[in-house]
Design a binder for this molecule. Sequence first.
Ligand SMILES: [Zn+2]
Length: 103
Amino acid sequence: MMQFCQEHWDDLRIEIAKAGLADAVSKDGAEAVRRFKTKDADPLLEAHNIIMVLGAKRGLVEGCPVCHVAAESGGVTDAEIIRMTVENVKERRAVALGKGGEG
Ligand SMILES: [Zn+2]
């Protein structure tokens, strides 16, 4: 089973906070699941899912997708993968919630 290592899970949470999205993170798993299909989806869960898909596309079935993708990408660091993913989530959110345009 694919699962974030503790270090990368912590890094993802920190990056979400840096992006100003900490307030939008669900208080528990049930809330995150409930919001999953809404415009106000949990940004932490969204970022997590994007990276899981990235790992799956590269054939990973076991271990941490951030570690795996960083090791295979030839130059892109783990920090960059996390940062780019969180930026992506932030942009999507802004568009979904009608705050797009200014960045
Ligand atoms: Zn990792």
